[in-house]
Ligand binder design. Structure first.
Ligand code: FES
Length: 102
């Protein structure tokens, strides 16, 4: 095992967990589409290349509040997110990537 500092200033974790209707999960609320949109939007911003990573995450534990998106290491949590929130999410990602790492 090797230990290293994260290469990303901001890692965006989008819960895409899908329980297929057995009980509430973030995929019920278009989180898969949201992750794709976020990933595309970040890729279209060259200044974020190598600084921000958008990843699908399994359950983040607050399913009832989902869809959930977490920015790490900023410890910013968004709940009840929809694709319509993309501009606000990008604003937060831009701010996180611009600030010095905590
Ligand atoms: S299913 Fe997304 S937080 Fe649990």
């Amino acid at each position: 095992m090797q230990r290293a500092v994260s290469p990303y200033l901001c890692h965006v974790l989008v819960c895409t967990n899908d329980r297929h209707g057995e009980r509430k999960s973030c995929a019920d609320g278009q989180s898969v589409l949201l992750r794709e949109q976020l990933k595309d939007a970040v890729a279209q911003r060259p200044h974020l290349k190598g600084r921000v990573r958008v990843s699908a995450a399994g359950c983040l534990g607050l399913c009832a509040r989902g869809p959930n998106v977490m920015l790490y290491p900023q410890a910013i949590w968004f709940s009840g997110v929809t694709p319509a929130d993309l501009p606000q999410l990008l604003e937060a990602v831009e701010a996180a990537a611009a600030a010095p790492a905590p």
